[in-house]
Design a protein around this ligand. Structure first.
Ligand code: GUN
Length: 296
């Protein structure tokens, strides 16, 4: 068996097209042009690339992109003051503070300063709580994108056993909540799980979000399972630098029913879902109906 590839790049492009349509309709019917503000503290090279890509994608979808850069030695109070000024700015619909922040800054404290109605990352306590309670809120982007991808190859996720490997606030925990909302039976596995191989072998859906290159081996995958690889790890091999996931792709592909590649799987979905959240925030903040956003 060789798995179907889940083409995150194409699916994200379709989603972005639908988002651009939603932006046009918000603009035509209500004169609203959503705006996303991104805060970058320091000069981490990967973060600079992510922030630049977010800005380009935001403008391409017809929205306003605002970028705020602070030096690596910015005081925590300065970052908090910037977030508060963006909260107060009525022209700003979404706020994203790029992570990781420098070590001297308390990330949880800064994130939680974001007005929950503008928290397009879905990371504030209010939005995390809403997700846990099954209430409408803003949902973290990477988990949201992961579920959309799984649903492109499975008519329904209901009743399936999903194993989420990794328990981060950004991905693992919210992803488990989303899968539970889809009526999956969810197992949360992590670095202290006693027999990770046996746990993964039980899964109809394996979601790998641990940040360890090729940790999940091919023979841990049940025949026909869906594999969603959230990991993006840079490795040096044969004198070359390349990106690999948390799953041993070549071996897993031989057993899985469908699998996301790295790159080109979950990665492109994160930005698309960020744009989607910005449209949702812009509509809800004004008491407007959220335009339909779909993946065909
Ligand atoms: N750094 C890596 N991924 C993310 C993300 O989804 N949101 C934020 N704010 N920072 C990140």
């Amino acid at each position: 068996m060789s798995a179907d590839l889940i083409d995150g790049k194409a699916i994200a492009a379709a989603l972005r097209e639908s988002i651009a349509g939603a932006v046009s309709s918000l603009s035509a019917s209500h004169g609203v042009k959503p705006a996303l503000a991104v805060v970058l503290v320091g000069e981490d090279p990967a973060s600079q690339v992510y922030v630049r890509n977010k800005g380009i994608a935001t403008e391409k979808a017809g929205m306003t992109s605002i970028e705020h850069r602070l030096p690596a030695d910015a005081a925590q109070d300065d970052v908090v003051a910037l977030v508060r000024s963006l909260n107060a700015d009525n022209d700003v619909d979404g706020i994203l503070v790029q992570l990781p922040l420098p070590d001297h800054i308390n990330s949880a404290l800064v994130i939680n300063e974001i007005d929950p109605s503008k928290d397009v990352d879905g990371l504030t306590e209010v939005n995390a709580g809403r997700l846990m309670l099954g209430k409408d809120g803003l949902v973290p982007c990477t988990p949201q994108g992961s579920v959309i991808l799984a649903k492109t190859v499975r008519e329904s996720l209901s009743g399936l056993h999903a194993v989420v490997v990794g328990r981060s606030i950004l991905v693992g925990k919210p992803l488990a909540m989303l899968l539970l909302a889809e009526n999956c039976t969810v197992t949360m596995a992590h670095s202290r799980t006693k027999d990770l191989a046996a746990t993964c072998r039980e899964a109809d859906i394996v979601c790998a979000a641990v940040g360890r290159p090729r940790l999940i081996k091919g023979d841990w995958i049940k025949e026909g399972a869906t594999v969603i690889d959230v990991g993006i790890n840079r490795v040096e091999e044969g004198g070359k630098s390349r990106l690999v996931g948390d799953v041993d792709f070549d071996a897993a592909k031989a057993r899985a029913g469908a699998i996301t590649p790295v790159p080109g799987g979950v990665g492109p979905m994160t930005i698309a879902c960020l744009l989607k959240n910005t449209v949702i925030a812009a509509a809800r903040r004004r008491g407007l109906p959220v335009p339909e956003i779909t993946v065909k």
